[in-house]
Design a protein. Structure first.
Length: 439
């Protein structure tokens, strides 16, 4: 591993990309600490230090923003609107024929879908920014903080508009920074920004667990959390790399005097084919009822039941619904993202077949059967690993457990993908050097 890092920094082009990426990440972290105009920074800091932040959807966005949301900074929304817009466009591609046609047009169609994603991102940023500002003005963002009413002293329409516009502009800047990393950096820009936001909160949360611990002055809980985190990382790496390889053979064909085909390959079906999308969907959907009463002052029976059973993460009803929604969305997302019929038709068109399975409909049925079988352990794995923060919430008396299931999934997945990209660029650089020396 050390040899690879040395080779990376010895390569001028790759070294320049890495330094450029680090500069963008530094700028991104700086924006996550600049408060929005109209916010009393001292009151926000006091409420954040007391650890009484809101959970649910805002808790999820706060995780993805590296803690910037609860501090009401210009990058408070982070890349969450972009993630939501990307998922929505991906789902609509299956439903709307126009988007499906654009997807099949190649680079031009993909660029058009990306443009639609940007527009939808800004729309979602306006909605989420308005909800966040309304929550902060009503005191619902920090329900038990004594100075929650002083967070936004001016509640006029003009000041509210300025805050929402600032957060929306911050989301646009975040999109631009992610695209810069993709174009001029090491690639995978949005995922790297998400990785940075999640990793930035680890030191603070770990130290908070140590300070609130009672075993060996907190070092016992600290060591336990580190051990659990390492076990989770090993589990995630194992499952994320696990796949079912379906062998595929291509018939040998003669076109003129040349022979084509006759090769063997495989279709890799991952155990966790859906990735982290089901967890995001389930968290967002489960927190929608809690957003109906933004102020949190309703005394009706249904509002009290929602606040008691759904808004709180330490309730059995919340655990059960969360787990079931993750399993459901895992199957749902796999069903729309991987179509066995299309794969079977493409294989038949190019003369490919699975040994022992007839081409066409039998191949599609076989792929669907295998996909359903391996999706079950993947869905259960996602549901169980997503409940780790909930169990830690009870175990550590409400402390913010740093190694949450969603955080670990994203960090490990992005880390593995980034390492693969750097290795491929390094390998391509070596190949180019070899070819340039060839007489």
């Amino acid at each position: 591993m050390s040899t690879v890092f040395v080779r990376v920094f010895k390569t001028p082009g790759l070294r320049k990309k890495i330094l450029f990426t680090l500069g963008i990440l530094l700028l991104y972290r700086l924006g996550q600490n600049v408060p929005v105009p109209g916010v009393d920074y001292r009151s926000v800091t006091r409420c954040v230090e007391e650890g009484v932040g809101n959970g649910g959807l805002f808790g999820l966005i706060n995780t993805f923003s590296g803690g910037a949301l609860l501090e009401l900074t210009i990058f408070a929304l982070g890349i969450t609107p972009y993630i939501t817009a990307s998922i929505i466009l991906q789902l609509l591609t299956v439903v709307i024929p126009r988007l499906e046609a654009l997807k099949k047009e190649g680079h031009a169609g993909t660029a058009k879908i990306t443009q639609y994603t940007r527009y939808l991102t800004l729309g979602l940023a306006v909605l989420q920014g308005a909800a966040l500002v309304a929550k902060a003005q009503s005191g619902g963002l920090f329900p038990t903080c004594q100075v929650r009413a002083q967070i936004v002293p001016d509640t006029s329409i003009f000041q509210t508009s300025v805050m929402v516009i600032t957060m929306t502009a911050g989301t646009a800047v975040v999109m631009w920074l992610g695209e810069l990393i993709t174009d001029r950096g090491i690639g995978n820009g949005m995922s790297i920004l998400m990785f940075t936001s999640l990793a930035a909160s680890f030191p603070t949360n770990l130290w908070g667990i140590k300070k609130s611990g009672k075993i060996l002055s907190g070092w016992g809980e600290f060591a336990l959390v580190i051990a659990v985190g390492l076990c989770m990382v090993c589990l995630v790496v194992f499952v994320e790399q696990a796949q079912r390889r379906i062998p595929v053979q291509y018939a040998k064909r003669m076109i003129g005097r040349r022979s084509y085909g006759g090769t063997s390959t495989y279709i890799p079906l991952k155990v966790n084919q859906a990735g982290v999308v089901p967890v995001i969907f389930a968290s967002s959907l489960l927190s929608i009822p809690g957003l109906i009463d933004l102020g949190g002052h309703s005394k009706s029976g249904w509002a009290q039941w929602i606040a008691t059973n759904l808004a709180r993460g330490d309730q059995p009803i919340h655990w059960t619904l969360y787990f079931l929604l993750i399993v459901f969305f895992a199957f749902f997302y796999v069903a729309i993202s991987f179509t066995p019929k299309d794969v079977a038709d493409n294989m038949k068109k190019h003369g490919g077949f699975i040994p022992g399975i007839r081409a066409g409909r039998p191949t599609a049925d076989y792929l669907g059967y295998v996909l359903n079988r391996i999706t079950w352990p993947g869905a259960l794995y996602l549901g169980l690993i997503a409940l780790v923060p909930t169990a830690a919430l009870v175990l550590f008396n409400g402390s913010n457990f740093p190694f949450g299931g969603t955080s670990i999934l994203i960090i490990v997945s992005v880390g593995l993908e980034t390492v693969k990209q750097i290795e491929s660029q390094l390998q391509q650089r070596n190949y180019e050097g070899f070819l340039s020396r060839t007489p």
